[in-house]
Every structure is written in structure tokens, then in C-alpha cells.
Write a protein that binds this ligand. Structure first.
Ligand SMILES: [Fe+2]
Ligand SMILES: [Fe+2]
Length: 283
């Protein structure tokens, strides 16, 4: 049964917040309150608020993926040090949620997102063994989802100019480095324990996650955002640059590393957002 709820967040405050701040002091160390929005265009402000609210929601979703993966790793009795490493990921994602949500607040407030909290991510096959559930999570959430986000976040950080979004994106990029390599570290441990049929199943799981990315990029391509004027509040990458980097990174950081581990992929397609196409688009 689907339940549509507003994506809203709260803090408990008091001793709980103080303990959280102690764990992750970098959140309060960000240059909050330094954005000067004088003269910003209303439409740019709304676009920026929407973009950061959506980023907060994506981090929130990723938190669910990390938590499900952690449960599966424990049930699969994956190596303790590997599980311990992954136990930090849900906390990282909650930090990222707060950073993005507070950035939206700095721009005037979050925008409305309605979601189904029980359907934010696709869970692993409930009939699979603990090892295969963990492997499915590692492949879909990490080898595809987290691995592709690193170059895109890094490039967005690179183009950010104002110290506040730069610091926020810099923090996220720093944390995500460990998330991006985790899936492949897990696979290298799990592979000797998996059959050829298991690898085919994992290939299908990866295909599903890659298809999801393509759907997202198709949506992004249809809703291009390429402001040319000075003082653009958001200051993220131009859509064409983003899509071009996304396609190249998918091949280099997701498809090739999975295939080199014997995981067969069906989701081959010619990159739709090639550099040359973008150039002719904007010409
Ligand atoms: Fe994150
Ligand atoms: Fe992450």
C-alpha cells in the first residue's frame, strides 16, 4: 500500500543534538549565513531551493539504501571490518541530508516533495540467500549508485564558487569516496563464493540500476538548465556538461569494473549525451 507523505525533517535538539554535533563537528563549522542573495532573481532562487531540497531527499533515499545494505552484510556474516566500514555510511548520509536541507533553508526554505517512505528504494530479492541479498545491495546501491555519484559530485564541487555550497559539496565528496569503492571491495570478497548463475543475477540487478540512471538522465535532458547570466544562485554544472560526464563515468567507473569481475551486463547503449551532440545542441 502506498502512503504519500511530505518530505519534512526535524531535529530533536538538546543533548541528542549536542552528541551528534560532537560526532560530526564539520556541520556547524560550515560558513552558514554568508550567502548574499541581494539582487538574485526570484526564478533562480526557486530553482536553487528546489535543487538543494531534491539533493536532501536523494541523500535521504541513499541513507535507506546504506541501511538495508548494512543489515544484509550482517546477515551474510561479511568480514567484520568490512561491515564496520559500512556502518559509517548511514551516518554520513544523514549528515549530507542535513547539509543539503540547511542549504535550501539559507536560500529561503525547502520546496515541497511528496514521497512514499516505504518505497524509496527497491529492496533485495526476499527469497535470495543472505550473501546474494548483500551482493545485490552492494551492486545496485554501491557499484552503480554510489560509484557514479562521485565524479558528478566532484565536478559540481569544482564549479561551485561561493564558500558555503563549496564547503558543503566538499564535505559530501570527501565522505562519498569511501562509499564509491565499498561495493567493489565487497564484490572482491564475495566473488569466490558466488556461482555463474549468481553473477548473471547480479548483472540483471546492475542493469536495473543502470536503467534507473538513464531514466533520471533522460528527465534531466528534457529539463535542461543552462543559465548563462552572472549571479546564478545555484551555480551547479550546466546540464550538457553534467550528462556528458555522467555517460563517460558510467562506462569507466561502473560498467567496466563490473564486467572485469565477470558480471555480465545487458544494458549497453550508445551514449545519448555525447560531447559532440551537446555542442551541436547549443550551437
Ligand atoms: Fe551522500
Ligand atoms: Fe553515499
Amino acid at each position: 500500500m502506498s502512503t504519500a507523505e511530505l518530505f519534512e525533517l526535524e531535529m530533536l535538539g538538546g543533548a541528542t543534538e549536542r552528541r551528534f554535533r560532537k560526532m560530526r563537528p564539520e556541520v556547524e563549522a560550515m560558513p552558514w549565513g554568508t550567502l548574499d542573495l541581494t539582487g538574485a532573481k526570484e526564478e533562480d532562487l526557486i530553482a536553487a531551493r528546489q535543487a538543494w531540497t531534491s539533493a536532501a531527499y536523494q541523500e535521504h533515499r541513499t541513507g535507506v539504501g546504506c541501511a538495508i545494505t548494512l543489515k544484509a552484510l550482517i546477515e551474510a556474516r561479511a568480514p567484520l571490518d568490512l561491515i564496520a566500514l559500512a556502518s559509517r555510511f548511514p551516518l554520513d548520509e544523514m549528515v549530507h541530508v542535513e547539509l543539503c536541507a540547511r542549504m535550501a533553508m539559507e536560500l529561503g526554505g525547502g520546496t515541497e516533495i511528496v514521497h512514499d517512505p516505504k518505497a524509496m528504494v527497491l529492496p533485495p530479492n526476499p527469497d535470495a540467500t543472505p550473501l546474494m541479498q548483500a551482493a545485490e545491495c552492494a551492486v545496485r546501491y554501491f557499484c552503480v549508485g554510489e560509484a557514479i555519484s562521485i565524479p558528478l559530485l566532484r565536478a559540481t564541487w569544482h564549479v561551485a564558487e561561493h564558500p558555503l555550497p563549496k564547503a558543503i559539496l566538499g564535505r559530501i565528496v570527501k565522505d562519498e569516496a569511501a562509499h564509491g569503492t565499498f561495493g567493489f571491495t565487497f564484490l572482491d570478497w564475495a566473488l569466490p563464493r558466488l556461482s555463474q548463475d549468481d553473477l548473471v543475477t547480479l548483472g540483471k540487478a546492475a542493469d536495473l540500476a543502470i536503467e534507473f540512471l538513464h531514466d533520471q538522465w533522460d528527465y534531466t535532458a528534457k529539463h535542461r538548465r543552462e543559465p548563462k547570466h552572472e549571479g546564478d544562485v545555484l551555480g551547479w554544472m550546466q546540464t550538457g556538461d553534467y550528462l556528458d560526464l555522467a555517460e563517460r563515468s558510467l562506462e569507466r567507473l561502473v560498467i567496466r569494473p563490473l564486467e572485469s569481475r565477470g558480471i555480465p551486463l545487458a544494458s549497453k547503449r550508445a551514449p545519448r549525451y555525447a560531447l559532440t551532440e551537446r555542442r551541436s545542441d547549443s550551437a
